[in-house]
Design a protein around this ligand. Sequence first.
Ligand SMILES: NC(=O)c1ccc[n+]([C@@H]2O[C@H](COP(=O)([O-])OP(=O)(O)OC[C@H]3O[C@@H](n4cnc5c(N)ncnc54)[C@H](O)[C@@H]3O)[C@@H](O)[C@H]2O)c1
Length: 332
Amino acid sequence: MREGTVLVTGGAGYIGSHAVLALLDAGWQVVVVDNLVTGFDWAVDPRAKLVVANIADDDKVRAAIREHGVIAIMHFAGSVVVPESVSDPLKYYRNNTAASRSLIESAVAEGVKHFIFSSTAATYGIPEVVPVREDSPKQPINPYGMSKLMTEIMLKDVAAAHPINYAALRYFNVAGADPQGRSGQSTAGATHLIKIAAEAATGKRGHVSVFGTDFDTPDGTGVRDYIHVSDLAAAHVDALDLLIARPSENHTMNAGYGRGFSVLQVLDAVDRVTNLTIERKLEGRRAGDPDALVADNSAILAALPWRPKHDDLEGIVKDALAWERKLAERQG
Ligand SMILES: NC(=O)c1ccc[n+]([C@@H]2O[C@H](COP(=O)([O-])OP(=O)(O)OC[C@H]3O[C@@H](n4cnc5c(N)ncnc54)[C@H](O)[C@@H]3O)[C@@H](O)[C@H]2O)c1
C-alpha cells in the first residue's frame, strides 16, 4: 500500500476508470469525484471510493480531499466532444476551464502536493511539423483545445506561486480497453474511430464514415497516433512517481507512440481482426481536421521509466472489440 490517497476526477469515465485500475494495481488508495454526466458508477472499481459530485463543488471536493488524506489529484473530468465545443463554447469554458480553476483552487487550499492533468494534442491545432514536439506552437482551432490550453496555463502559474507541482499529459488518440476486460469505452455517441469501428463490427451501427480522402498522407485519409488506454493509464502512475520524487519539477509531455496509422489502415486492421468487411462510407473532410497528428514522444520516454506495452494496432482493436461485446451483453 502506498502512503496517501490519489483523487481521480472523471474516474467513472473512459480514461479515468483505467487510471483508477492502474493506481489500485500499483498499491494506491483512490477516491473518485465524478458527477456521472458521461461516466458510469459501475465503471469505478469497487476498491475505490466514489463521491458523486461536480469538481466545481468546492465544499464536496475539499471535504473529500481532507477526509481521504489526498496527496495528489489526477484530473480527467471534462467535456470531450470537439464539434460540440464549436457549437457550445461556453459549456467547454465552464466545464473544462472554469471547473478546473475551482478544482485547482481546492487543491491549493487543502495543500495537495501534486496534480496531473489530461491535456490533449488539440492544444497544437494544425501542427506545421509532424511528429509534433511539446514546444511546437500552441494554436488550438476549437474551443475544446483552447479550454484545455487555458488549464495548462493556469497550472503553470499556480505551480510557480504555490507548493504544488504538476504534469500535463497531452494525449493523442486514445483507444482500446483494459486487456483484462475490467473497463473500456462505454459512452454512447462515440466520435473515436476505433470505438465506432467496434460498434460497426458488433452490429450497433451499419457503417463507418471516412471523413476526407484527399489529405496529404500516403492513402489520402487522416493519420493519427493511437495509444492504448492502459499504456496511457500506466504513464500517469509513473508521472505521479516523478512528481513525488522531484517536487520542484513540472512536466508537459506528449502521450503517444510516435507513429501514425491512417483511417483506412485502422479499418483494414478491424477487418482482419473480425474477419468482416465493415462498410466504409467515403465522405468529405470535416472542418479543422489536420492531415496527420503524431506525437514526438521523446520527452515522456526521457522523463519516465514508462515504456508502451500495447503498441500494436491489432491488439488495440482486439481489446476494443472485446469490450464492445461485453458492453452489448450488459446493455442486453
Ligand atoms: N479520449 C481521448 O482520445 C482524449 C484525448 C485527449 C484528451 N482527453 C481528455 O481525457 C479526459 C477523459 O476523457 P474520456 O475520453 O475518458 O471522457 P469521458 O467522458 O469518458 O470521461 C469524463 C468523465 O468526467 C466526468 N465529468 C465531466 N464533467 C464533470 C464535472 N464537472 N465534475 C465531475 N465529473 C465530471 C464524466 O461523468 C466522465 O465520467 C478528458 O479531460 C479529455 O479531455 C481524451
